[in-house]
Structures are given as structure tokens and as C-alpha cells.
Design a protein around this ligand. Structure first.
Ligand code: SF4
Length: 476
């Protein structure tokens, strides 16, 4: 196998990664931004005595940040926490602690910081340079800015500073990666897409094969856990919509139907319930895996679980399928975007569905071209133009059921690819390009601002809907 000519794709470590819900761009990204600013503060030789930290959120982060727990995540990051440190803590408890002390403690001193007054949601100033922009500033006692940093949360929990962001557009245009190039290389070297991804991780990113498999093993364990917890948990999701968790009851009803449910295609219904279980975990701030984002985290695990159960697959086959899915996610990151705030939900659930369709098609024995230009392409094609309009800024309506739709669509696309007879008219490259351009053309009200679409017309978001009592909140 000639790995010298492999075109690099973004690493699967960045596509499939542990996270806490409800949003990769609005929760995980701000958490990472907060931690980066903390590192800058800690690197200062002599912290300013009595300095004050202020954080301003712009654009989509300002519009939907409260529902997406952005302020909680920022405080966790500023307090030195990452998603991997939250086994025993919740971001809510970290926020409340910061609120009660009013001080941000660092290794080399402390600053005044009371989240409820020092985090601003600026919905008026146009966001620059990205729809998800956050600015951190350190002020002296007179209010003068001593230090500031601007970060952009560009999707999937990835954070870049403003200067890095400016160079990304050129990088995207110049990125050599293309689905066609990947497919041709696989054909030439007789590789599957999983082989390509594994070789590329080793050659381009310097990860050993052992490390790659450790990671996918962990990812699959986290994905499985999020399905199981979602199926075992009842109650009401956080937020004023009072959305009931349904996955557990739905599965019971499906199983009670027995043979009758077979007529109604039990596998796709079961996959939908698995997707809803993960999406409910995500909405509750639980542990999930970005695939490629938190909002769309249910699609891929649901499809892999139903495949494993239905075909009695081995763990190793699932790991291969995760490699395949991450290649499709990597192409979307390299050539388009997975940020709902930039391209709408087509970049989240649409790309998730394409990743899952590719993984399923690979498991069904499809060729690399079936996987990429038939399964992934078909799945993404039918989500083109999909807006992001979360009601009340919460990742619940329509997001939870949209994960189910993404899973069913992925299974269907993979099955169609297997009976396509090797015919396709539109390439995955072309569909990605159309998705990106369509996303840029969408008005910002349809891109994770909760100013348009379902979010604007739903009577669920009216004033006066009571918040739920703590004792009815989900344990997650
Ligand atoms: S509508 Fe889609 S992109 Fe928007 S928050 Fe929900 S899942 Fe994410």
C-alpha cells in the first residue's frame, strides 16, 4: 500500500471526541475557549492585583447561549475544566461555585469574576469574524483593558483565535482533500475507506495504530453508554419547554407490540429510539461523542447499534465503521462546515447522516464508491437547505427527533447504495460544495439564532411558560 500519496484529512480525534451536551459549538467550544484564556492569564508573570474578567458573547452564541449552557461552559473552562474532567462535577455546580465566590482563582493569583454580571450576551453588535464569537478581557480597577482575546467556535467543539480563523478560508480553498481523490486512492491501492483513514492517521497525524484503536474503542464505549443511559432515564429535560424524555417509554411500547412491529420495520423504529435516547442525553448535558457535533450526536451511534444487533457484528467491525464515518466527517470539515451557526442543520444532522450512511454501507459490504458517492452523498443530499431553528434556544425541538430522522435516512441511503447498480449522478464533492454555498446563502435567522423558522412561530417559546421544578429534572 503506497501511503506516501495519501491526502491528509482532518484527524478522527477531532471529528469523534468525548463531549458534554447540549452543543459542541456552544458548550464544548466555549469551554475550550475559556480554558485557553485561563492559560494566557496563568502565563502572565505578575497578574494584575484586583483585575476583573469580562466575557462577551456575540452572534449565535449570544442569541442561543443561555439555552445551550454557554455561560456555564465558559465558567467551567475559565475554572480549568475540560469535558474529560467532569466525571464528578457538573458545569452547573462549577458555575454556582464561581457565582458564590465572585473570584476566578488561578495558579498565580486571582481575579474578580462573577458570571451573572461579567458575562454579556450581546445580541446587537454584528458578530465578527464568525457567527460564534466570544471575547475575553482582563480589566484593571479603572476598567482599562489590559489584555483581550477573541475566539471563534467553528463547529464540532473546535476553537480558533481570530487570527487563525482569518487563515481558515484560504486553507479550505487550498485543501487538497476531495472525496474523488480519496476514492481514487483507495481504488488504486485496494484499500477500504477504513484502511485509508487508519493509514492517514499514522502518516499525516503521527498517531500509532494502537492509539487510533484505543480512541475508537473509547468512542464506541461512550456512544454505547449514551444510548443505554438515554434508554434508562425518564423525567423532564432542563429548560422552560418541559420536554419529557421519551426514549425509554417508546422502546417499551415497541417491544410490547411484538410481531406486529415487524410489519412496521422494527429496525428503523428501534434506531430512531436509540437516536432519541442519545439526543435526550445530550439535551440533558450528559456525556456524548461529537459525531460530528453534539446536536447531531445520536445519528451515528444509533445506526451502529442497530447494525450490531441486527447482523451480530463484532466490536472490530464497529471500530472500522467509525473510521469510515470519520473520513466523511473530515471531508465535510475540510471542504465545507459542520457549524449550525454557519451553514444550518444540514452541516450537523445532514453530515451526521452522511457519516452514518457511509458507515452502514461499509458494514453491508459496499465498495468505496458505494460508501462515498452513493450512501454518504444520498444521505446528505436530502438534508440540503435544512435550517437550524432550535425552539427557545434549547437543543430539544426539533433537534431530538431530527436525530431520529437522520438515522433512518442514513439506513435508507446505505440500503439504496447497495442496490444502486453502481449508478450515481451527483458526487459527494459536489453535494458538499452545494451544502456549503447554500449555508452561506441562508439568512442568519435560520442559523442557530432562534430568530426564525420553528423557533419564531412556536407557541412553546411564549413568555409565561414556567421553568420546571428541580425535583422533576432528569437525573442526568
Ligand atoms: S436544529 Fe440542528 S443544528 Fe440546530 S441546534 Fe438543533 S441539531 Fe443543532
Amino acid at each position: 500500500m503506497d501511503t506516501r500519496k495519501l491526502v491528509p484529512l482532518p484527524s478522527l480525534f477531532g471529528i469523534l471526541k468525548p463531549a458534554v451536551g447540549p452543543s459542541s459549538s456552544h458548550t464544548l467550544g466555549p469551554m475550550r475557549a475559556g480554558r485557553r484564556f485561563r492559560e494566557i492569564l496563568e502565563a502572565r508573570p505578575e497578574p494584575e492585583a484586583g483585575g476583573r474578567i469580562a466575557v462577551t458573547l456575540y452572534g449565535s452564541l449570544a442569541h442561543t447561549g443561555r439555552g445551550h449552557l454557554t455561560d456555564r461552559a465558559l465558567v467551567a473552562g475559565l475554572s480549568g475544566f475540560g469535558p474529560e474532567d467532569l466525571a464528578d462535577r457538573t458545569i452547573e455546580s462549577i458555575y454556582q461555585e464561581a457565582e458564590s465566590t465572585g473570584v476566578l482563582l488561578l495558579a498565580n493569583g486571582g481575579f474578580v469574576f462573577r458570571p451573572s454580571v461579567d458575562i454579556f450576551f450581546d445580541t446587537q453588535t454584528p458578530p465578527q469574524p464568525h457567527p460564534n464569537t466570544v471575547r475575553f478581557a482582563l480589566h484593571d480597577l479603572q476598567g482599562l483593558v489590559l489584555l483581550s482575546s477573541v475566539y471563534c467556535s467553528i463547529g464540532g467543539g473546535v476553537v480558533v483565535d481570530a487570527a487563525e480563523f482569518e487563515s481558515l478560508g484560504e486553507e479550505r480553498a487550498a485543501h487538497e482533500a476531495s472525496a474523488r481523490g480519496v476514492v481514487e486512492t483507495c481504488k488504486r491501492d485496494r484499500m477500504s475507506l477504513a484502511d485509508y483513514m487508519l493509514a492517514m492517521e499514522v502518516e499525516a497525524h503521527g498517531h500509532s495504530q494502537e492509539r487510533v484503536f484505543d480512541h475508537v474503542r473509547r468512542v464506541w464505549s461512550l456512544m454505547s453508554g449514551s444510548i443505554d443511559r438515554g434508554l434508562a432515564t425518564e423525567g423532564v429535560l432542563p429548560g422552560k419547554l418541559c420536554v419529557e424524555r421519551r426514549a425509554s417509554a417508546m422502546l417499551s411500547r415497541l417491544e410490547q407490540r411484538g410481531e406486529t412491529s415487524r410489519m412496521l420495520v422494527a429496525e428503523s423504529t428501534r434506531a430512531s429510539i436509540y437516536a432519541i435516547a442519545v439526543a435526550e442525553e445530550n439535551a440533558a448535558g450528559g456525556a456524548v461523542v461529537t459525531a460530528p457535533t453534539c446536536g447531531a450526536a445520536g445519528v451515528l451511534p444509533a445506526c451502529l447499534r442497530i447494525m450490531k444487533e441486527s447482523l451480530d457484528l463484532t466490536e472490530e467491525q464497529i471500530y472500522e465503521a467509525l473510521l469510515v464515518a470519520s473520513a466523511i466527517g473530515g471531508l465535510a470539515v475540510a471542504k465545507a462546515s459542520i457549524a449550525g451557526a454557519l451553514v444550518g442543520c444540514q452541516g450537523e444532522v445532514g453530515v451526521a447522516s452522511a457519516m452514518a450512511a457511509a458507515a452502514v454501507c461499509h458494514l453491508l459490504g459496499g465498495s468505496v464508491q458505494d460508501v462515498v458517492d452513493r450512501a454518504a452523498e444520498t444521505a446528505l443530499e436530502h438534508f440540503l437547505g435544512l435550517t437550524c431553528d432550535p425552539v427557545a434556544g434549547l437543543v430539544q425541538i426539533p433537534c431530538i427527533e431530527r436525530n431520529a430522522a437522520g438515522a433512518v435516512s442514513a439506513l435508507n441511503a446505505a440500503n439504496l447504495a447497495m442496490v444502486s447498480g453502481g449508478r450515481d449522478r451527483v458526487s459527494f464533492d459536489a453535494t458538499l460544495e452545494v451544502m456549503h454555498q447554500t449555508g452561506l446563502d441562508l439568512r442568519s435567522r435560520y442559523k442557530e439564532t432562534s430568530l426564525g423558522g420553528l423557533a419564531a412561530v412556536s407557541d412553546l417559546d411564549r413568555d409565561g411558560v414556567p421553568d420546571i421544578p428541580d425535583d422533576r429534572r432528569s437525573a442526568a
